[in-house]
Design a protein around this ligand. Structure first.
Ligand code: GTP
Ligand code: MG
Length: 203
């Protein structure tokens, strides 16, 4: 039981929304960022990890998260909800701002330990996801892949989507990136993600 208790988030509080990396909290706490295409399930997954359905705003309308949102977890680490990319209806100027503020954050934030790149497990491989992962590798940003919404497809379809996606990644990655398979409906991989984060916090 003790082990399970360790993996349970006890407190999660919203800290601030920062437009750019310069506005982020002054802090030495380890940070874990969540990023991915708009509507992929970033805010939902954050809420699952934190046992709080209302912490990060979840929406059926893509493009809800527009700022760098900081949450303080158990007074020990920060979780960062980043704006989604690839939303077609976003104006070009907004897209450029996204690219600049997010890439600056990811490339320059010193306490950032891992970036969780969320990939929709229910759809075929998307070019902008691959481009983003290629950029992370080129920029030497530590990341892991998280397939989301896996409750929405059957096992066969899911395995096929993951296989094709990872094969594409291996066209440019030196080794296969670590990946998790998640569902907020089934609370799938919640413990595994928290375990990964806690290992990093304590290392
Ligand atoms: P933006 O902030 O707009 O970029 O979106 P986001 O990536 O934060 O996505 P969000 O968490 O708001 O979820 C988008 C939609 O997907 C919501 O309707 C969620 O309920 C749904 N969703 C997220 N995760 C899952 C999941 O694991 N399973 C199912 N079935 N639906 C999910
Ligand atoms: Mg969001």
């Amino acid at each position: 039981m003790y082990g399970l208790d360790i993996l349970n988030v006890k407190s999660a509080v919203f800290v601030k929304s920062a437009p750019t990396v310069n506005d982020c909290p002054e802090s030495n706490l380890p940070e874990f960022a969540f990023i991915g295409r708009s509507n992929v399930g970033k805010s939902s997954l954050i809420n699952l990890l934190c046992n709080n359905k209302n912490l990060a705003k979840v929406s059926r309308t893509p493009g809800k998260t527009k700022l760098i949102n900081y949450f303080l977890i158990d007074n020990a680490w920060h979780l960062v909800d980043l704006p989604g990319y690839g939303y077609a209806k976003t104006a070009k100027t907004n897209r450029a701002t996204w690219l600049q503020s997010t890439s600056e954050f990811l490339a320059n934030r010193e306490n950032l330990k891992t970036t969780f790149v969320l990939i929709d497990g229910t759809i075929p491989t998307q070019g902008n996801d691959l481009d983003f992962i290629e950029w992370l590798l080129e920029t030497q940003i530590n990341f892991v892949i998280v397939f989301t919404k896996v409750d929405k497809v059957n096992q066969k379809e899911l395995s096929a989507n993951i296989k094709v996606f990872m094969e594409n990644v291996m066209q440019f990655a030196p080794s296969e990136p670590k990946y998790f398979v998640t569902s907020i409906e089934k609370k799938h991989s919640k413990d595994k993600l928290l375990e990964y984060i806690m290992e990093s916090v304590n290392s």
